[in-house]
Write a protein that binds this ligand. Structure first.
Ligand code: GAL
Length: 424
């Protein structure tokens, strides 16, 4: 599950609003036009038109799977109004993946909503899960025959924090704690509803969600305050959603919650206490050097910490299900750093597999440089660059590092690697 070792999924990931361009019916687009966000996505990478070329690239880089998202606002531009041409487009996208031997992994919600949905109250509304399930049913009717792997929602906790606590993403409501909690709860219900819909359409579907999984550690292990802050942060960011969907840690997973654990890993949070008080309980991420010095940092300040990938993979295996790394990557203009990032993280992954962690796939974020939300096009996560004027894609040298791992079906250059065994 993948069913056999040879099915290990090696791919890269994208999301509709970040690559497609012209996503006019979404809430992000609306907020961008209103000047309420720092950047406009505009044409992004015009992946909506150029997807075949992008899939050629993924194939040429030795990948055998691809994660992408469907844009709900394209399918349902107004409440209850369905755009059949948009649905047909995604049918074509899946066919294009299959034609290139790329296993599709479909995300149904990746941060953006239809603008009408947010205007009506978005995920705070009691009927939000039903509306989402209605959309999922529409998608599943068309795609389930050719799609087995699904991610219902990308990073629900991040969505709620960014929109309702930090207030940096639509609906840009800072410190709306109660709303944030409601949103996460509704998303949990929506996940379960989508899980049931997808399994109704396809009994062998594999359904999960993509969990943002920072490794959370106390800054000073001897400090009770730091340990407490790290504990609260970990509970909020890393445990709450699993509880809400009824997934219990332990050797026997509760049927119906998820079929695999999707893990997005980027960095660790070394947490320092900020004392008591709502909003302070989660502490802050300490920027001082730790444990003999930190790793390098990405262009947006995230510490490179490859060991964390092995640690989170092992931790989420505790749910008794296969783990898929659904995102891992670095924002940097220094491609040599990306190559180093890849080598380190793939080696860590290899180590985890060798230690018996049931990892079933790895998706690099991202295939191409794209629209990085509140950082715009400037934060470059791609294995290939995209020319700002011509939109021509050019693979970076780091793409070869990943291609090598994909081709050999293993995470490190070591011939005895566990991933190699897994993918034989
Ligand atoms: C994830 C998100 C992606 C991408 C990535 C890099 O949280 O799912 O859309 O932006 O982070 O920041």
């Amino acid at each position: 599950m993948p069913d056999g070792p040879s099915d290990f999924l090696w791919g890269s990931a994208t999301a509709a609003h970040q690559v497609e361009g012209g996503n006019r019916h979404s809430d992000w687009w609306e907020y961008e036009q209103q000047g309420r966000l720092p950047f406009r996505s505009g044409d992004a990478c015009r992946h909506y038109e150029r997807y075949a070329e992008d899939f050629d690239l993924a194939r040429a880089l030795g990948q055998n799977a691809h994660r992408f998202s469907i844009e709900w606002s394209r399918l349902e531009p107004a409440d209850g109004v369905w755009d059949e041409a948009a649905l047909a487009h995604y049918v074509d996208v899946v066919a294009a993946l299959r034609a290139r031997g790329l296993e599709p992994v479909v995300t149904l919600h990746h941060f953006t909503n239809p603008a009408w949905f947010l205007r009506a109250g978005g995920w705070t509304r009691a009927d939000a899960p039903a509306r989402f399930a209605r959309y999922v049913d529409r998608v599943a009717r068309a795609l389930a025959p050719s799609v087995r792997w699904w991610l219902t929602i990308n990073e629900p906790t991040v969505y709620a924090m960014e929109g309702y606590v930090l207030g940096e993403w639509p609906p840009c409501r800072p410190w709306a704690w109660r709303a944030a909690v409601t949103v996460v709860r509704r998303m949990a219900v929506a996940h379960s509803a989508a899980y049931a819909v997808l399994h109704r359409h396809r009994s062998d579907a594999r359904v999960g969600f993509a969990h943002s999984a920072p490794l959370v550690l106390p800054c000073r292990p001897t400090s009770l305050g730091d340990r407490l802050a790290a504990g609260v942060r970990d509970a909020v960011l890393n445990r709450a959603f699993f509880r809400l969907i009824g997934a219990a840690a332990g050797p026997r997973p509760r049927p119906g919650a998820m079929d695999f654990v999707g893990v997005n890993y980027y960095t660790r949070h070394v947490v320092k206490s900020e004392g008591l008080g709502l909003g302070r309980l989660v502490g802050h991420v300490c920027q001082a050097p730790h444990h003999g010095g930190d790793g390098p940092r990405s262009a947006i300040g995230w510490e490179v910490y490859p060991e964390g990938l092995a640690a989170v993979a092992a931790r989420y295996a505790g749910y008794g299900l296969p783990v898929i790394i659904t995102e891992n990557g670095i924002a940097t203009g220094d491609d040599a750093l990306r190559a180093e990032f890849l080598r380190g993280h793939l080696a860590a992954l290899d180590g985890a597999i060798a230690a018996g962690v049931p990892v079933a796939g790895y998706f690099h974020w991202s295939l191409i440089d794209n629209f990085e939300w509140a950082h715009g096009m400037g934060a470059r996560f791609g294995l290939a660059s995209v020319d700002a004027t011509t939109l021509a894609r050019t693979p970076k040298p780091s793409a070869d590092v990943y291609a090598e791992a994909c081709r050999r079906g293993r995470a490190a250059a070591d011939g005895s690697s566990a991933a190699a065994r897994l993918s034989r």
